[in-house]
Write a new protein. Sequence first.
Length: 176
Amino acid sequence: MKFTTLAAPAARRALFVGVLLLAACTPNTPKVAAQEPGADTACALDGMVLRDFPGPKAQIQYAEGKPDYFCDLMELFAVVLGPEQKRAVAGLYVQDMSKADWDHPSGNWIEARSAFYVTGSRKLGSMGPTFGSFATLQGAQDFAAAQGGKVLRFEQIGRDMVSMGGSAAHDDAMSH
């Protein structure tokens, strides 16, 4: 019994030291949050001022700290799904269009990977047809019922659905 009593503190100390060593070896993942773009913030791809155009905006927070902003969700998906994207991403954010004004969106940032998207609606973004982004399935369904379109999750959006030519590519199978 004395052996167990004496060994327990030593075992706890060894475990504590082990945890500290592991923590020291593990790279720190920065804690990031969406940042509201300024009045003159320009799109990372085309230089358009975000606030000059309707529709949801997006941002990528990179591990090294400097975010990229996008005036249209098509641009976000083109970058994220593109093979040339190699920078370490700490966060992806889009706006919840259930709460933001489509014509003048601001604030209401949500994590892009957990959002619901509507493709094929009648609403236009800065580049023409775009995706709408929503925090909840109900919000996306309500928007699709009013504006047309199909509700998708982040992982269901493929590169073939993203057009940088000012229009969304539509898969006819998804509209049925």
